[in-house]
Design a protein around this ligand. Structure first.
Ligand SMILES: [Zn+2]
Length: 91
């Protein structure tokens, strides 16, 4: 009976080692993938002039208005800002 218990322990240990090995492989692949993506930390934040939230430059919606580049969080914000501007002019 003791032999069976030892065999069970050895098999459990081997299974543990196999799982650990595959997990390590997976994390190595993930690290390799992440290194291709440029780090987003320390990226410049820009203010959305329509809703006044801050968004990273790479995620912003850029629009040039009267020679100046504006950064919006979404296309909808850009459009609402543009309509707001045109309302100001008409008044
Ligand atoms: Zn916005």
């Amino acid at each position: 009976m003791l032999i069976r218990f030892i065999i069970f322990l050895v098999l459990t240990y081997l299974l543990y080692r196999i799982i650990k090995y595959f997990r390590k492989q997976k994390s190595v692949k993930m690290n390799a993938y992440q290194s291709k993506v440029p780090p987003s930390a320390g990226e410049d934040l820009v203010e959305d002039p329509a809703c006044h939230t801050y968004i990273p430059v790479s995620q912003s919606y850029k629009k040039e208005i009267a020679g100046k580049t504006y950064y919006f969080c979404s296309k909808e914000c850009c459009q609402s800002y543009l309509s707001e501007k045109s309302n100001e002019k008409s008044q």
